[in-house]
Design a protein around this ligand. Structure first.
Ligand code: SAH
Length: 242
């Protein structure tokens, strides 16, 4: 069973975009996932093919119409989860990405303008998803992000199946820092322990680094992980190795 993505958008030309390249592109070529776009404007009913109108109550910009979006959405009636990209949604998490990747696929609605008539979200089972606390000009790049995160988790897409396990967020912590050859670069050497060949010591070092970085850069994650909230030290990178 492959992962099927359907994206409702006013800009179908933005897809597959970067997802046609590299890992995701190869996986698509191999039939591990598929991507279909639906042009929302095809479901407009008036002679101007309008998909938006002025905001009720006044204010700047335009609002996407619930009726047109519902027709577009109802043309994809199936049991895949329906997401709408929105800064008012729940922040996307790796845990949610994993659930989505384990399912049959996803339908994603991309907003434009000031957003979407709220009644659509009352009338259809739609999950609002945010990719962060900032405003994009449209949901398309957000949809690409959701799909990229899902596709790399599909079986057989990533080179080494284990390379996902220790990644940032999977354990509730940021991942440890990485190094590769040359051993010395601009006077900086790869930490000795990583060259020791002692796997237990390496694992302990990596765990400690993951904790140090999480504590200083992401006190919110650290606190959720069960650590104590600390103020990030200004400009600090790693704490000293002993
Ligand atoms: N006026 C809205 C922002 C609209 S931005 C507000 O203040 O909440 C236009 C569209 O871009 C949105 O409908 C949404 O689909 C998309 N978008 C913008 N920022 C986003 C974010 N952080 N996460 C997910 N989608 C976003």
């Amino acid at each position: 069973m492959s992962f099927a993505a359907t994206v409702l958008t006013l800009y179908p030309e933005m897809f597959p975009g970067p997802l046609g390249l590299s890992l995701a592109g190869r996986a698509m070529g191999d039939g591990k996932w598929s991507l279909e776009t639906i042009q929302i404007r095809d479901f407009a009913t008036d002679k101007h093919r309008s998909v938006d109108d002025t905001p009720a109550g006044g204010g700047a910009g335009m609002v996407m119409r619930a009726d047109v979006l519902a027709s577009a959405l109802d043309s994809v009636a199936d049991d895949r989860p329906i997401l709408a990209m929105s800064p008012r949604g729940a922040p996307l998490s790796q845990a949610r990405v994993r659930e989505l990747a384990n399912g049959p696929g996803v339908t994603i609605i991309c907003g434009r303008f000031e957003g979407i008539d709220e009644r659509l979200f009352e009338a259809r089972p739609i999950e609002l998803v945010s990719i962060g606390d900032f405003i994009l000009s449209g949901g398309e790049i957000g949809a690409l992000i959701v799909l990229d995160a899902c596709v790399r988790l599909l079986p057989g897409v990533m080179g080494a199946p284990s390379s996902g396990d220790e990644e940032s967020f999977e354990s509730g912590l940021l991942e440890y820092p990485h190094y590769t050859r040359p051993v010395e670069w601009e006077g900086r050497t790869i930490p000795e322990v990583l060259r020791s060949g002692d796997h237990a010591k390496i694992a302990a070092w990596r765990k400690a680094q993951a904790e140090i970085d999480t504590r200083s850069r992401r006190p919110d994650l650290w606190e959720r992980h069960g650590g104590v909230r600390v103020q990030p030290p200004s400009g600090a990178r790693h704490e000293k190795e002993d």
